[in-house]
Structures are given as C-alpha cells and as structure tokens.
Design a protein around this ligand. Sequence first.
Ligand SMILES: *Cc1c(COP(=O)(O)O)cnc(C)c1O
Length: 374
Amino acid sequence: MNLEKIWLSSPHMGGTEQKFIEQAFEENWIAPLGPNVIGFEEDLQNYLGEKSYVAALSSGTAALHLGLIHLGVTTGDEVICQTFTFSASANPIVYLGAKPIFVDSEAETWNICPDALEQAIISRIENGKKPKAIIAVHLYGMPFKVEAIVAISQKYGIPILEDSAEALGSTYKGQKCGTFGTLAALSFNGNKIITTSGGGALVTKEQKDKEKTIFLATQARDNAPHYQHSHIGYNYRLSNICAGIGRGQMEILESHIAKRQEINQFYQTIFKAIDSVFVFKEPNSDSISNHWLSAILLPNYATREALRLAFEKENIETRPLWKPMHLQPVFKECLYFGNSIAEDLFEKGLCLPSGSNLTTSDKDRITEVVRRFF
Ligand SMILES: *Cc1c(COP(=O)(O)O)cnc(C)c1O
C-alpha cells in the first residue's frame, strides 16, 4: 500500500514564516528574546482584545505551570481540573506538589460540568480544603459553559486558569476563548491550530502579571549588575526563531480556522444519513468552535474500534477521544467527582482528520471508508 498518510492535524505554513526567521538571522537575534517575540505577543494581544496581555513561552505546559504559580498554588494545595483532557492540563499541578481533584464533563460541550464542579468545591470545603484554582478546558476548540463556570468561580472566590490550548479563535457570545479566566494558557505545538514548532503563552489581565510571567520565565533575575535571585526561576521563554514562525502563522490564523470549520461541515454532511453517529458541534449559537479537531460518537466501543481500524487500513490517522485523567494509572489515587460522562465519551468517541491542509482527494478517501463501513 502506497497511499499517502492523512494526518489528524499537521503543521500548515502560510508562506511568510520564513521571512520572519530570515530577519532574525540577518539581525542576529538567535535567542529567547528579540523583535519576533515582541511582535508575536503584540499580534496575539491585538487578536484576543479584551485588555489581554500575552507572555510568549516555550510551551502551553509552561504557561499552565507559571499560571498556577501566579495563583499561589504550592505544596499540599488542591486544584480542580477537568478530567476529560490531555495530561498537560493536570501535570503542572503535580510539579508544584499540589493535588489534582478531577471533575467530570457535561454532555453538551464535553467540558467541565457546572454541577459536578460545585459538588466538588462544596465537598472539599467541608473537608477543610478549599481548592486554590479551577482548570477548565475548551476541548477540541469547543468553549466550556463560560457563564455557569465563571458564576461558580465567583460564588466561591476560586480563580479560573483557562486551558485554551486547543481553542485559539473560538468564541463564546462573541468574546474570544483565552479571555475568560483570571489567566489563560495557549499552545503552539506542532498539531495545534497554529504552530511555532513548539511554544505557548500565558494570557493575563494586567501588564504587571505579564511582566511577572516574563521574570519567572527568564530565571527570575533581580535588578542588579550581577546575578541576584530572590525567587526560583524557570527557563520558559519562547525562542525568537520560533516566534518568527508564530508571526507568519498569525497572518493565516483566520483562514485556517475557516477551513477547520468547513471540515466539520464536511463530516456533518457525510454522517447525516447515519443515525447512529453523532458529529460533535456547538450546542447553540452562543458558542463558536474553531473545530481544531472534528470528533464523532459511535454507538459503542466495538464500533469505534472497528471504524478506527478501517481508517488505519487506508493509512488515515484517527484517534480515540482523551482518556479521562482519573482513569490514568499516574492519577489513580486522586479524587474524582462526576457521573461517568467522560468515560462514556472515551469509549465511544473518535477524532477524525481535521487539518487545514486536508485536500479534496483526502476527503474522497475518508468518504469512501465511511461509505463502505456503514
Ligand atoms: C496541547 C495541550 C496542552 C499543552 O501544550 P504544549 O504546548 O504541548 O505544552 C495543554 N492542554 C491541552 C488541552 C492541550 O491540548
């Protein structure tokens, strides 16, 4: 078989990325600082609006780690985290010696369930352990129930660290994801909606928090002629070369989002006549997803696996939905609040090729597998 592989989501350059990289070479800014870093941060700030300040970092995971430090999370604390997510949402809690408390999803957005969240908060407060932060995720680009989650955060005075790694360009009631939490993390890893090859950012509401992020990300050097430190620092700043790719990617962000949304429409169309398959979409017009990945739900685990293998046979990459964190061996001791919605999604769900570079002939091959399978 020599059919070319169709990827779930692969890097898609716009064409101007190399111009920014060449500029960096010409000016000898080959360092984790420079004009591309500043320029990329400005582009993101202008894009997000809502008085957002952006610190460019080496990864989304680094952004979540520094975000938790900002919120004062330390050894022995508890942090609530959506269970249905990628492990990078939860790992930084453990880096700090704190404990994740996992909360289930609701069926409409597949993101953190307001009822289970409130139940978890009440239960932990009763045990004398008020959680320090809530990590809520806009999975696959789908905004979580913003108003309900923000209301709970305010009611109990627990800040939200918004994991917007998959949701750059998604909106809730016209406002962009990444602007709802006290802080938000973005990711520019290779398979995300835009890529810098590897990178991330922390979005803050105040200039001083952006400055503090940059301070912590550059080894926390005090203002002195020698190397003087009164805090523990990290080496988390984004490279000026990578930031150059990011500046080029910002020029095509909107058109690439439009393509992913179009791909979601394509899946809505090919599965329309198949009643047993649900194609994940916005529950109502308040939310607009960037449709980073399109996903479907099948009737059961066996069908999901059979379809996955049918695609694999044709060299088409698909992937089961995220395995919930409370089911992961590494987190098996952690508390969990919920009703097995995330477990059900994991059993029945499959992510389909969704890259903005998917071609018409790729779509034909996908359609053919679906036609034969059903
Ligand atoms: C990709 C991702 C991250 C981590 O970002 P990196 O840049 O890969 O470190 C965190 N959370 C979610 C939900 C992600 O998809």
